[in-house]
Design a protein around this ligand. Structure first.
Ligand SMILES: NC(=O)C1=CN([C@@H]2O[C@H](COP(=O)(O)OP(=O)(O)OC[C@H]3O[C@@H](n4cnc5c(N)ncnc54)[C@H](OP(=O)(O)O)[C@@H]3O)[C@@H](O)[C@H]2O)C=CC1
Ligand SMILES: O=C(O)[C@@H]1CCC=N1
Length: 267
């Protein structure tokens, strides 16, 4: 399969590397379109078939076109891409907010898969939810699914409308986790630990706790209860969280992310 990637930043290249790892695409079968000169410099080492800064008619000879520029840059991309895109090509967008309809109208092109991955895709441990327009044929969709699955797990959505919520939950989700980990490490430092010790304590706690969620056969409430002894330290911490309205703040943040995804779709 020949793949063109427009916007070769964090996510575009996480996808490219995952496809290579599973031998789904050969290096020479990539066309990379990247505007940033600095970023382009680093892409030489990837040794793609073609590395360019602009969209040219050559892109029309690729089976799949991945759109991985920031949503704010999309309309500029669309203006050139619509001149050269071919009816047989599939478009896979991973851009937050930009709806399938906007992509179809701006490119005058119907077969579109819209997906929302997250950064653990860099390790093949991402989660991607995706939806497809009816014009994507079954065989084409299967090929796209194989590619997405090289980046981790995936969920097919019948309703594209859910993608903004996915963006708020799992698309942005890694940053919420990193924020929590960073805050805990900072608290460790305030209590007198060196950063390396605080980091080890927190990282291993998160790792072990994640595996408990998956393997302990207990609900999250039961897992919390098993840590929080009556009248003990965890109860004191949880009370502090309640008083600080931590759950409300997290929920509000996630809703704000969903709202922002919807705003991005409106340009
Ligand atoms: N990062 C994440 O966690 C996730 C991101 N996404 C989505 O993926 C997309 C990419 O995100 P991310 O990889 O983080 O962003 P990056 O900024 O890392 O990558 C985008 C790249 O596209 C380049 N670019 C901008 N305009 C053009 C153009 N006209 N032609 C070619 N290249 C261009 C940018 O250059 P320059 O920097 O000069 O503008 C940049 O290097 C976004 O739409 C985002 O919503 C989806 C899920 C998760
Ligand atoms: O912050 C953003 O807009 C993108 C979409 C999901 C993660 N990063």
């Amino acid at each position: 399969m020949k793949i063109a990637i427009v916007g070769c930043g964090n996510m575009g290249m996480a996808f490219a590397r995952a496809f290579l790892k599973f031998d789904l695409v050969k290096k020479e079968d990539f066309l990379l379109v990247e505007k940033s000169a600095e970023r382009k410099e680093t892409l030489h080492s990837f040794q793609p078939g073609v590395l360019t800064g602009v969209i040219s008619p050559e892109i029309g000879t690729y089976d799949l076109v991945i759109l991985s520029v920031k949503p704010q840059d999309y309309l500029t991309v669309a203006a050139s891409l619509r001149e050269v895109i071919q009816p047989s090509q599939i478009v896979l967008s991973i851009m937050a907010g930009i709806s399938m309809q906007t992509i179809q109208e701006s490119l005058n092109h119907q077969p579109v898969v819209r997906a929302m991955p997250n950064t653990p895709a860099m390790l093949g441990m991402g989660i991607t939810a995706y939806a497809a327009s009816p014009e994507v044929e079954r065989g084409q969709l299967r090929k796209v699914e194989n590619l997405i699955n090289a980046t981790g797990r995936s969920v097919f959505l019948e309703d594209e409308g859910q993608l903004d919520a996915v963006t708020a939950l799992s698309g942005s989700g890694p940053a919420y986790f990193f924020y929590l980990v960073k805050t805990m490490i900072e608290a460790g430092r305030q209590m007198g630990f060196e950063e390396s010790v605080a980091t080890l304590l927190v990282k291993q706690t998160m790792l072990g706790s994640y595996h408990l969620i998956n393997n302990a056969d207990r609900s999250l409430d039961e897992l919390i209860k098993a840590v929080a002894s009556k009248g003990g330290t965890t109860e004191a911490a949880l009370k502090g969280f309640e008083e600080g309205k931590l759950a409300d703040a997290l929920t509000q943040g996630i809703h704000a992310a969903q709202k922002r995804a919807t705003e991005l779709s409106q340009g």
